[in-house]
Design a protein around this ligand. Structure first.
Ligand code: JQB
Length: 229
């Protein structure tokens, strides 16, 4: 899979050099490239924003640099998915991560200010599949953090990226169904706080039952919406 991101803050994406994602890149499982939108401007101040037609607060991103960036990144590519991170998009979730993990090419268009001229979205739709995606119902100052979060969720689903295939299988059984159970490691007593004795019992059926009960209790308490309530 090849992932590109266009942004006026390409340095954000250095976070993807670290850890899991860095290893997936070194192993050739994914290619990632961040692009500076200002490289597609020609004026002295490398301007990417302008005032909105019809009035309103703040500035919008002007279309011309976006058009040139998309042209250069996509060239003759026809099957790319172009994702506009946006508070007005569909909300990202695990099933969307699985869906996007099947793609060959993803381009993240990361806006700033009050967003991007709508014609950029319409133009992108002539070059590939366009999606507007939000990472949740809160307001960020721009799309970079959202693109990084989605990239991490997507890339870890690519075969070979997570060393332990079992953890993915376990997730897929619980994914979007129930919250995780609480986990403990050594020591058995820490600062007077004990690990639940059932986990030290060696009784695997009892452990599975306890963990499932914990999942149900937590989900009812914290995320009743996941149980349809
Ligand atoms: C500009 C963004 C998000 C991209 C995701 C999420 O566009 C705006 N509209 C109103 C207020 C603020 C902005 C700022 N902004 C580009 C841009 C916000 C994404 C964003 C997002 N994905 N919250 N905010 N979950």
């Amino acid at each position: 899979m090849r992932i590109d991101a266009v942004s006026i803050f390409p340095d954000y994406f250095q976070a993807l050099d670290l850890s899991l994602l860095g290893k997936a890149r070194q192993a050739g499982l994914i290619q990632f490239q961040a692009h500076d939108l200002r490289d597609f401007t020609f004026d002295k101040h490398r301007t990417v924003d302008d005032t909105p037609y019809g009035g309103g607060a703040g500035m919008l991103m002007k279309p011309e640099p976006w058009g040139l960036a998309l042209d250069q990144i996509l060239e003759e590519e026809t099957d790319a998915t172009i994702i506009f991170t946006s508070p007005a998009g569909e909300v990202f979730n695990q099933s969307l991560a699985y869906e996007l993990a099947q793609e060959n090419r993803i381009v993240f268009a990361c806006g700033r200010y009050e967003g991007i001229d709508q014609r950029v979205v319409d133009y992108a739709a002539t070059k590939g599949k366009v999606r507007l995606i939000s990472i949740g119902d809160y307001v960020l100052n721009g799309g970079e953090v959202a693109a990084i979060a989605m990239t991490e969720a997507i890339v870890r689903l690519i075969p070979g990226v997570i060393g332990n295939a079992e953890s993915l299988i376990e997730e897929s059984h619980s994914g979007e169904g129930l919250l995780e159970y609480p986990s403990y490691t050594k020591p058995a007593v820490w600062r007077g706080l004990e690990v639940p004795p059932v986990l030290l019992s060696g009784n695997h059926a009892a452990i599975a039952k306890w963990r499932h009960e914990q999942q149900v209790e937590r989900t009812k308490r914290v995320r009743p919406d996941l149980l349809g309530e």
